[in-house]
Design a protein around this ligand. Structure first.
Ligand code: SF4
Length: 451
């Protein structure tokens, strides 16, 4: 889970500012590190560090990043540890050229490829799979960058949305399954690329379209060109982008995240009804589904939990004890809307179950007489290998426990999940077009190619 942006804005030497605002809009996709690479008349430089975008960059640093082409990255590590050397964009120099690259996704055969490259004498400076992609592009480069990218796409397996900047081109690449999102927008005198359309809105760029699965987009002084790679596999967009990860104001592959979540809530109300006085959400990602649930069920929606917006995600990551403390700091029940009420609490998903357990207890402490938990996705029962940081199977509460045991563990009066069929219906799918591996174990990319 990372966020990437690209800016091609001929004549505007402040492209780094555009990348900065794009990254701020994508901050929810990664909070560990942030970086921007800038192209000033063919000279590519990069500034990156650990932290939030507004911690890494200030006016002074941005004023030093002059150039009319830029790419940027915010990172949440899924491959390679969380330290500064693994921050992106990656800068790579090779015979006849150099480039910067930012990657969102995860390769399943990175280890095997890295070993092959090391056997051939390649030295890596990070532990990421992204550097493997950049190294392959460099090695495959024989004078035509698009050919080098196509050859690399034939070798790598896994999920990848890439923005690549050469001395004279900005390039976007999306893997053949379209697992990770990537969109193109039009600026007055150029183009913008971003993981999600919400970043284009922030930049004032007009949404053009999604990069298609397996497509390479090349932007240079001659305009924008599309090259479809030889990869022809069925599209498998990540369903979790729709459930949770993407911002609700984004549109991915033609589907509004808000609408998909609201639909999921409506279907959830039909599949898992409850008798209650009020429907509340676990903010923010559970809110559209809770509104959908309330509208469909006729039970009034109210705000039941107040989110402290100044508690960052990083605060609740590292250890279980810190995570549990983080929940208390992050969400506080609104007693006036809860006390004496039978509450339906709608959440987008349950992963470990520890957060739900804390919230249910907090609602009871606030005076709720009953707490009925409704989840706008099926149980997560398998780990993701394509770039989303799900825990190991042993840590997934849905993988190892029957429904009744989970209900007891989280302390709810009743518990109901949305069916996979219902979730697919919420994005207008009959089962085609989406990866559902973490929900049913059907991995679109075989995992036996990991080594
Ligand atoms: Fe998304 Fe789950 Fe597939 Fe990973 S396994 S890409 S989280 S749907």
């Amino acid at each position: 889970m990372c966020g990437i942006v690209g800016i091609y804005d001929k004549g505007n030497i402040n492209a780094a500012n555009g990348a900065y605002y794009g990254l701020v809009a994508l901050q929810h996709r990664g909070q560990e590190s942030a970086g921007i690479a800038i192209n000033n008349d063919g000279i590519i430089t990069c500034y990156k560090d650990m932290g939030y975008v507004n911690e890494v960059f200030d006016d002074k640093i941005l004023s030093l990043l002059k150039g009319d082409m830029a790419i940027g990255h915010v990172r949440y590590s899924t491959s390679g540890a969380s330290f500064a050397a693994n921050a992106q964009p990656i800068l790579i120099k090779f015979k006849n050229g150099n480039l910067a690259m930012a990657h969102n996704g995860n390769l399943v055969n990175a280890e095997a490829l890295r070993e092959q490259l090391e056997d051939q004498g390649m030295i890596f400076s990070t532990t990421t799979d992204s550097e493997v992609i950049a190294a392959l592009i460099a090695r495959n480069y024989k004078g035509d960058i698009v050919n080098a990218i196509q050859d690399t796409m034939d070798m790598v397996k896994g999920s990848y949305a890439l923005v690549i900047m050469t001395v004279d081109k900005l390039i976007a690449v999306r893997d053949g399954y379209g697992l990770r999102p990537l969109v193109i927008g039009k600026l007055d005198d150029g183009y913008a690329l971003a993981s999600e359309s919400c970043a284009l809105d922030t930049l004032g760029a007009e949404f053009m379209r999604d990069v298609k699965p397996g497509e390479i987009i090349v932007i240079d002084k001659d305009g924008m060109k599309s090259i479809q790679s030889s990869i022809t596999i069925p599209k498998k967009g990540c369903l979790f982008e729709y459930i949770y990860f993407a911002r609700p104001d984004s549109i991915i592959d033609g589907i509004s995240m808000y609408k998909a979540r609201e639909n999921a809530g409506k279907i959830l109300a039909s599949e898992q009804p409850a008798i209650a006085d009020t429907v509340i959400s676990v903010p923010d990602s559970g809110t559209p589904a809770a509104i959908g649930y309330a509208n469909q069920s006729g039970i009034p929606y109210s705000v039941g939990l107040i989110k402290n917006r100044y508690v960052g995600r990083t605060f609740i990551q590292p250890t279980q004890s810190m995570r549990e403390l983080g929940v208390k700091l992050k969400l506080n029940p609104l007693k006036g809307n809860i006390k004496g009420k039978r509450v339906v609490m709608v959440d987008d998903s349950i992963v470990r179950g520890t957060t739900s357990r804390k919230i249910v207890k907090a609602l009871r402490d606030a005076g709720a007489t009953e707490v009925h938990v409704r989840v706008a996705s099926p149980p997560v029962i398998h780990s993701c290998h394509y770039g989303i940081d799900t825990p190991t199977t042993e840590e997934l509460v849905g993988a190892i426990n029957p429904l009744e045991k989970i209900r007891k563990y989280i302390g709810a009066d009743s518990l109901g999940y949305l069916s996979l069929k219902g979730l697919l219906a919420s994005v207008d799918s009959d089962g085609e077009g989406y990866c559902t591996a973490c929900l049913n174990g059907e991995y679109p990319i075989p995992l036996d190619c990991r080594r």
